[in-house]
Structures are given as C-alpha cells and as structure tokens.
Write a protein that binds this ligand. Structure first.
Ligand SMILES: Cc1ncc(C[n+]2csc(CCOP(=O)(O)OP(=O)(O)O)c2C)c(N)n1
Length: 283
C-alpha cells in the first residue's frame, strides 16, 4: 500500500526498519527473561513506535525537558517492553536496564510510568491516554507552542467510554496539534473486537466527531513516515490514523494467534523468534 513520493522518507525507512528488528529482539529478550509482558501487543505496535521515535517526534534524550518537545502517550501501556526497548535505543535508558523488567523495585513495570525517562504520562488503565493527550493538546495551544501530541491507543481500548468524551472534546476544539493512532489489529484480550463490542464503522464515527481520518498500514514504514511528517490531515481538525496491524507481527508463530496477548515464551520459541528476526546476537 506504499504510495509515498518523498525520497528522504524512503532512505530513512530502511534504517527505521533495521531499528525495528533490533527493538523487536530486545522486547522478546526482555519478556523472555522476565517471563512476563504482552508480546502480541508489542509486535503489533513496534513499527509505529520506531517510525515515530526515529523519524517523526522531536524528542531528544539529551534535552529531555525541552518544553516544546513533542509529547507521545502510550495509552496501550501494556506494550511496555516495546516502549522500553525503543527508549533504550533512543538513549533514554541504558540497554542493560531492560534486564530489570518486572523485578521488585524496577522502574520498568508491566505498564509504563513516568518513573522511566522519556515516558510522558503514566498509563495502564485503558481509556486514559487519549483524555490525557487531549488535555496536553489544549495546553500546547494555550502555550502557543509548536509541540505536537501523539497518542497510540489499542482498538479494544476504544471500547472504554472515556475515549469518546475526549474524541468529542478534541473535535469541538479543533485540536490540529493532536494525532490519535489506533493500533487496529482487530484483536483485544483473547477475542476479536468486532465480536465483543464492534467498533466499525470506526472511520465514520470519528469523522462525525469532527476528526480528519486516514487509514494506513501500521507496518509500512515509508508510508507512515510520509503521512506522519505531513500532519495534520486537515487544518483545524484533530487527526486520526487508523493503522491496520497484525498482533504479533514479525514472529511467525505469534502473528494473529490470540493466545499471544500475554503468553510466555519457552526457550525454544525464543530462539526461533530471534532467528526469524535475524537478531541471534541479542540473547
Ligand atoms: C480499564 C482496563 N481494563 C482492562 C485492562 C486489562 N487489559 C490489558 S490489555 C487488554 C486488551 C487490550 O486490547 P487492545 O486495546 O485491542 O490492545 P492490543 O493488545 O490488541 O494491542 C486488557 C483488557 C486494563 N489494562 N485496563
């Protein structure tokens, strides 16, 4: 579905795809050693996270308190080992710290919190990241700041009613500095979103709340780069990108297998996953 015409996006995409393979491997290692984590959700979001952090967001570990930095909110906070892997590759936390994930007194908990450098909002109770991001976008406007607010939500997460209050408010105020990315893997915990509490027609619903909406492929890095670099989708409206993704993407035996929401890796599975990613040097 690539339809990008920006040559620099294509060049950057090759590097981002390499980083995403590495980040997937780090996430697998972190979850395997802790016998914890939500690998299906991690792999689903990884290409989006890497595209944002290595190609779009103005954030810098060396200048982490810059008031005009962009703000990213991981509302599907259970994708924490993905986020920690990306933050380590981005220089916010040392890579060795990933080994502490899930241990007593570690700041790397199962859902992300602001104890971790680079995490802007503590999340984990689904349905709160978008309301927080909407407030941050209003604050950015009041500050006349050029900072952009990007929030990543799970699709099952959109069943939480609090999201719809925020969607309504952002539409009312035309918050064009706000972008919602929906990780539309069609799965929630152990079931299809459409079987449990259907979201479709999601795009029409969002448009009726005043949002500009576009469908993207959440694993197509060049295309995501060009779309994300040309936001907002429409002047005077918040933007929503509905990203078609595959839960477990990149590890063949996890892809679209609902049991991988929070299943544990055996050593044999772990070795096989690393081999598939061609990242056997991670261990
Ligand atoms: C308010 C709330 N209810 C339940 C949970 C437990 N929980 C964690 S992840 C998850 C499923 C999320 O599905 P989705 O948003 O589609 O994300 P995905 O893992 O598919 O990317 C649930 C129910 C939670 N964290 N918060």
């Amino acid at each position: 579905m690539t339809h990008n015409s920006d040559p620099s996006a294509t060049a950057d995409a090759v590097e981002i795809e390499r980083i995403a393979r590495r980040a997937r491997a780090l996430s697998l290692r972190t979850a395997f050693h802790a016998q914890d984590g939500h690998l299906g959700a991690d792999m689903s979001a990884m290409d989006i996270l890497c595209t944002l952090y290595f190609g779009v967001l103005r954030v810098d570990a060396q200048d982490a308190a810059d008031p005009d930095r962009d703000r990213f909110v991981l509302s599907k906070a259970h994708a924490s080992t993905a986020m920690y892997s990306v933050l380590s590759l981005k220089g916010f936390i040392p890579e060795e710290e990933l080994e502490t994930f899930g241990r007593a007194n570690s700041r790397l908990s199962t859902v992300v919190s602001t104890r971790v450098p680079g995490v802007e909002f503590s999340t984990g109770s689904l349905g709160h990241g978008l309301p927080l991001a909407t407030g941050a976008a209003l604050a950015g406007r009041m500050d006349s700041s050029a900072r952009r607010i990007v929030v990543l939500c799970g699709d099952g997460e959109l069943q939480e009613g609090s999201n719809w209050e925020a969607l309504m408010l952002a539409g009312t105020h035309g918050l064009s500095n706000l972008t919602l990315i929906v990780d539309r893997n069609l799965a929630q915990k152990g079931a299809s979103t459409e079987d449990i509490n259907a979201l479709e027609p999601l795009d029409d619903k969002l448009r009726s709340f005043g949002w500009a909406v576009r469908h993207i492929d959440g694993h197509d890095v060049p295309d995501m780069l060009s779309v994300l670099r040309s936001l907002p989708l429409a002047e005077g409206r918040p933007s929503c990108l509905i990203a078609a993704t595959v839960k477990g993407k990149g590890v063949s035996f996890m892809e679209s297998d609902l049991s991988w929401h929070s299943r544990r890796l055996t050593r044999e599975m772990y070795e096989r996953a690393l081999a598939e990613l061609d990242e056997g040097n991670v261990r």
